[in-house]
Design a protein around this ligand. Sequence first.
Ligand code: BES
Ligand code: ZN
Ligand code: ZN
Length: 510
Amino acid sequence: MKVQVDRRDGLTAAADVTASGVFERPEKDDTFPRSLQREDDAVRGLVKAAWARKEVKGKRKEVTVFHRPDGKGRILVIGLGPRAQFSVDTVRRAAAEVVRACRGKGARTVAFTLGSFVADNVRSEAAAAALAEGAILGDYEFLKYQSKSEGRIEEAGIHLGEEFSRDEAALKKAVANQVDLDDCVVWARDIANLPADTASPQRLADEAVALGKEFGLKVTVFDEKKLAEMGCHGILAVGGGSMAHPPRLVVLEYPGGARRGRTVAVVGKGITFDSGGISIKPAVGMQEMKFDKSGAVAVLGILRAAAALKVPPRVVGVLCCAENVPSGTSYRPGDVVRSFNGKTIEVLNTDAEGRVVLSDGLGYVVKQYHPDEVIDLATLTGAQVVALGDDTAGLVSNDEKLAQGLLSASAVSGEPVWRMPLTDYHRELVKSEVADVRNSTEIPVAGMLTAGAFLESFVGTTPWAHLDIAGPAYTTARTRKWQPAYQNVGATAFGVRLVTRYLEASPPRG
Ligand code: BES
Ligand code: ZN
Ligand code: ZN
């Protein structure tokens, strides 16, 4: 989808659909909103009539379409909900609702009237960016294996009209930045949606190499032979069951906008398929485990966005890629594996494989790059989904500043995150009788946090944050209904927007 900022007002543009927002009518106040007067004129009083008969109430997600008698397209009124609850995310969701309502109905272009999506607490630049984002993400669908599209919207215009035309330059800049970021989200979604027969560890490495060529990033791929020399026995153990799709560790480097900047490392879990291994998962829902690579794919998206948006710090991306399947060469419960940093891991459940591959990636990046901060992203635990649901990622961190920075970036990006505690109780639970740590605890409590305690032991004293994205990484037909309209069924690429906004706000140090 092409997104353009246009000085004209939405009604004069010859778009197939002109979309305007309206707040929910306050109780006992039936005054027709002045903001819809011009729309009403264009359809000769039909909007006012719909308002009077309470067809238009301004409730969230409420879509009403009017056909212009002059044949110049349709007017769409989207409900924004109560004014008191209005936020940037309201605008993002509304734009996506509009796009989804227009799809498959012969509309190719949509014009948003910016003024109707702006309020005291949502300024024009934030509103314009949110309209762009909602439109792009709401229009996304994964079509590689389907010839039938729901009918995409080709162009979205953000129309300033007289009210905002003097801010055109700033608005254009804000929208361009948002479009560049969401291009990376769409790109990452396309990779994350690929099934495991196609998206092997080598394929993820190939994507990294291609990305490196396009954006001038240094990319290194370590294959199973090299991993053995390095001592990455975590990744080798987890990937050992798959002779067909051997494991890879991939490192990408974006040099940073400043000459001697800070280094932020971003490490992703890249399990291309998680069958559970010898501790095999139940068949029902197992197809969803093609999304177990979402952390690594998010890292690819973040590196692309870092380069496209030229964020200040140096960024090192690490993808820990392996296929977790049962076979005669699989690792087993009871095995003890030595991670890159020398620590030993007692394997009690081969389905707790994410933390085992991440132990190598974290240990490696800390030793090799001495980063100022490490952020990892992983579809790590079912416990995350139980605790926080499908929309909110769990955050575990050993560093106050980093955690706060990510929470701020969460508010800006619209990707929800909730911080959870990490205490000696959790550290105690991952201690092993036979090794330094165990990959699964004796009692099934605080699964997201014991996983965090496990990871913490591989970063030493480096400021570190762990994002458990098991729930928000993807949407299914079953969970789609509860998600915002900008989230179609399939991969979300959760974390790309969040971490990129964090990196953008991160000052260069040096
Ligand atoms: N990939 C799964 C976690 C997951 C669950 C991701 C649901 C997305 C949706 C992970 O490897 C796993 O199986 N974790 C186990 C850990 C347990 C064995 C300690 C879990 O959460 O049950
Ligand atoms: Zn697993
Ligand atoms: Zn997994």
